[in-house]
Design a protein around this ligand. Structure first.
Ligand code: FAD
Length: 371
């Protein structure tokens, strides 16, 4: 798939291998990779030693380097994690403990006064300052990966869906169907399943059980994913958007499946509230349109007013909606990325946030797994 992760992998593998990347859409980054916060994360929240921690930590400086070398808009603006009420200070301690255990670069505790010097309109009581966090333009990042993958010789094929996969002697056979309904097939020595929300279907086609178990004498981890929607509301009044200049996060809500409804400022200075955390029923279609529902409008306004107390209802409007591909079940806490390798097959599962930040190190791990 031609998401950020699939293309980063193609770019990496094409340096030494012959690579074919197959994507069902008309172009790159049409799903999760273009519907996200675009934050270059600093590895604050994840369990120490997990893939999310290590690959995000490694990816953070690499994204800045890559972006600067490839004219991808990026801002090293830092981010604030804020306590907005006295009773939130303890939650900040918890985040601080994890962040220091994770060796996050340059983090500091700020008093309310120090935090308000950075973001004067946000009524912060106390904060954590993460100077290595920033924002990148996801579409430009993905485009640059695609350009470099092609420059290394990768063949990128759009408008072709992989409909079936089979293990054959010496590799795999993929059945493809193009946008005109024509069928074809290709064979390959190794297969990287970086299909985001489509990954479990392809694994199932190979015969792997999705809920863990044995297959051909190999122990298979849980591959089943659930989609968790994250909708945004944009701050559409430019004067209000200009009142913040960097991402401002509340305390995280790991159990709900996200980092808390935050305020993000993109590389163009646009300000966005989100993302929500909404579990979708199994098999529900991913609808990228968002309509203005009064209930959500009210919820976002309430959340937005915690950051910007004077915010009015007519200053926000529905923005994008993205879907987290989660291995985590609704009743679980944070679950790690899955990068699983079985005899020439590499499965990427649960590549939710911080997948954009970790995309280059994920590509390195896949390259090493293939030997
Ligand atoms: C709301 C939200 C906010 C986020 N915020 C951040 C953030 O601030 N910072 C960060 O680092 N990360 C963030 N992320 C995570 C990041 O966006 C993802 O980890 C990353 O984009 C995943 O890229 P991918 O290539 O794995 O998946 P995708 O972008 O989904 O790409 C997979 C591709 O595979 C294709 N595909 C699937 N099945 C088939 C098939 N059968 N045949 C052909 N093609 C197929 C799809 O069409 C798709 O293009 C966020 C995610 C969400 C949902």
């Amino acid at each position: 798939g031609a998401g950020a992760v699939g293309l980063a992998i193609a770019e990496r593998l094409a340096r030494t291998r012959s690579v074919l990347l197959v994507e069902r859409h008309e172009g790159y980054g049409r799903e999760t990779s273009s519907h996200n916060s675009g934050v270059v994360h600093a590895a604050i929240y994840y369990e120490t030693g997990s893939l999310k921690h290590r690959l995000c930590w490694e990816g953070n400086p690499l994204i800045y380097e890559w972006a600067e070398a490839h004219n991808v808009p990026v801002r090293r603006c830092g981010k604030l994690i804020v306590a907005l009420a006295e009773d939130e200070r303890a939650g900040l301690d918890e985040v601080w403990g994890q962040a220091t255990a994770n060796g996050v670069r340059g983090i500091e505790r700020l008093t309310g006064e120090q935090a308000r010097a950075l973001e004067p309109h946000v009524p912060t009581v106390e904060a954590i300052w993460s100077p290595s966090t920033g924002v990148v333009d996801p579409a430009s990042l993905v485009r640059s990966y695609e350009g470099e993958a092609r420059a290394h010789g990768a063949l990128v094929v759009y408008r072709h869906a992989v409909t079936s996969v089979e293990r054959i002697a010496g590799g795999f056979r993929l059945d493809l169907r193009d946008a005109d309904g024509q069928s074809s097939s290709v064979t390959c020595a190794a297969l990287v399943n970086s299909a985001g929300h489509g990954a479990p279907d392809l694994a199932a086609a190979l015969g792997y059980p999705l809920d863990g178990g044995m297959h051909e004498g190999v122990e298979v981890p849980v591959l089943r994913q659930r989609a968790n929607g994250g909708r945004y509301y944009d701050i559409v009044d430019p004067d209000v958007a200009r009142m913040v200049s960097r991402p401002v996060y509340p305390l995280p809500e790991h159990q709900a499946g996200g980092l808390g409804l935050h305020l993000t400022v993109d590389t163009d200075g646009g300000a966005h509230l989100g993302p929500s955390t909404e579990w979708l029923p199994d098999g529900a279609p991913l609808d990228y349109r968002q309509v203005d529902e009064p209930e959500w409008h009210a919820r976002f306004l309430e959340a937005g007013r915690r950051f910007l107390p004077g915010l009015r209802g007519d200053q926000i409007a529905p923005g994008q909606v993205g879907y987290r591909p989660k291995i985590q079940r609704p009743d679980q806490g944070l679950v790690d990325f899955l990068i699983w390798h079985d005899r020439g097959y590499v499965h990427l599962g649960g590549i939710e946030s911080p997948g954009l930040t970790a995309s280059l190190p994920i590509a390195r791990v896949v390259d090493e797994a293939l030997g």
